[in-house]
Design a protein around this ligand. Structure first.
Ligand code: PMP
Length: 346
């Protein structure tokens, strides 16, 4: 920027270039150094700003979008918010089919960006007409002048991270990164970063984080999509009941599974110990680091980068609510309620 008014042309100029932050207390006494790539610094508060902007701008370059075109997507919330934000700024309509697992907060946020939202049952098969994939497909077919983003099967999702997140991590770690730990949903983040990082140094270990109730880990290990692996779980945005083509399983070295309960408590602990108000999957990533550290994955020379996809403000009525945690049965002798109780002055 030169002299005069120092302003960005609009919010979209701020997508990407998120900070890398050293983790301290949460990994005290761990071997190696641990860093968080804090994606909540994107203007839409998650890693999904990158793919929303990239996919829409690629469609613009191909001449596929006109003023008033409807952008349609299935989303656990974050992709929807980013698409709604980018669509609104650029003058497109946005329709989103979301899973009933998405928090009320997330749904209200999508509506605040002007999107039309359809809430679809979470625990039905991907080919069920009520699933959010099928609902989005149907709306796309019925809406003329619309495009379907299809993030799970869109190579541009992975490319967005290959072009931005991966190079940023390489630069920010001065090429010293030894491990990348990233939750895998569509797999775009982990696969795009991994492709770029492995081109720079093939020895970098790429670790995906998966949920119990998701098929990804078993598929990676056996090339078999085992329906027995599929059952309901709580964490939003992590794991899958199908195999996304946006995931490049060849560049991922290992998948680590984490539980809903451990991830929730670890997210709360990260917020409390680092002052970084993290989302649920940030907790999942740190939980995976804890498990892998216990298994001897890291040594004193390890420089581990964990992707922190989104902000804790999206989970206030979930993992940051003692009431919600209690309803899930997440408090027991190992995991207790927050000790800093609220005092009511009457
Ligand atoms: N964390 C959260 C909160 C997400 O919404 C997502 C996206 N589904 C991910 C992690 C995983 O990112 P990706 O889809 O790029 O694998």
């Amino acid at each position: 920027m030169t002299a005069g008014i120092q302003a960005y042309p609009n919010l979209l100029a701020l997508v990407g270039n998120t900070p890398l932050i050293r983790l301290n207390r949460i990994v005290e006494n761990f071997k190696g150094e641990y860093y968080a790539k804090w994606e909540a610094y994107n203007p839409g508060h998650s890693n999904k700003d990158r793919i929303a902007l990239h996919i829409i701008e690629e469609a613009e370059k191909k001449g596929l979008l006109k003023k008033g075109t409807t952008i349609i997507e299935t989303t656990s919330g974050n992709t929807g918010f980013s698409l709604a934000m980018v669509s609104m700024i650029k003058g497109y309509e946005c329709i989103l089919a979301v899973s009933s697992k998405s928090s009320e907060d997330k749904i209200s946020m999508l509506r605040s960006m002007g999107a039309k939202v359809y809430v679809c049952p979470a625990n039905v098969k991907a080919d069920d007409p009520r699933s959010y994939y099928q609902v989005a497909q149907r709306i796309h077919q019925e809406t003329s002048n619309s495009i379907y983003i299809n993030q799970y099967f869109n190579a541009l999702n992975t490319l967005a991270h290959y072009k931005s997140t991966g190079p940023e991590i390489w630069k920010q770690t001065n090429g010293e990164i030894t491990h990348l730990v990233a939750c895998s949903g569509t797999g775009g983040t982990i696969s795009g970063c991994a492709r770029y990082l492995k081109e720079q140094n093939p020895n970098i270990r790429i670790i995906g984080v998966d949920a119990y109730g998701s098929v990804l880990k078993k598929y990676h290990e056996t090339q078999e999509l085992d329906p027995k692996e599929i059952y309901p779980y709580r964490i939003e945005g992590l794991g899958k009941n199908l195999i996304p083509s946006a995931t490049d399983f060849d560049v991922i070295d290992h998948f680590e599974k984490v539980t809903d309960e451990d991830s929730a408590h670890t997210a709360r602990a990260v917020s409390k110990n680092e002052g970084i108000f993290v989302g649920y999957t940030c907790g999942a990533a740190v939980q995976a680091i804890k498990q892998l550290h216990a298994k001897g994955e890291f040594d004193a020379k390890s420089k581990v980068v964990a992707i922190f996809p989104d902000h804790g403000s999206r989970y206030i009525s979930k993992i940051y609510s003692d009431q919600w945690m209690k309803e899930q049965g997440f408090f027991d002798s190992d995991h207790v309620e927050a000790s800093n109780k609220v005092e009511y002055i009457r």
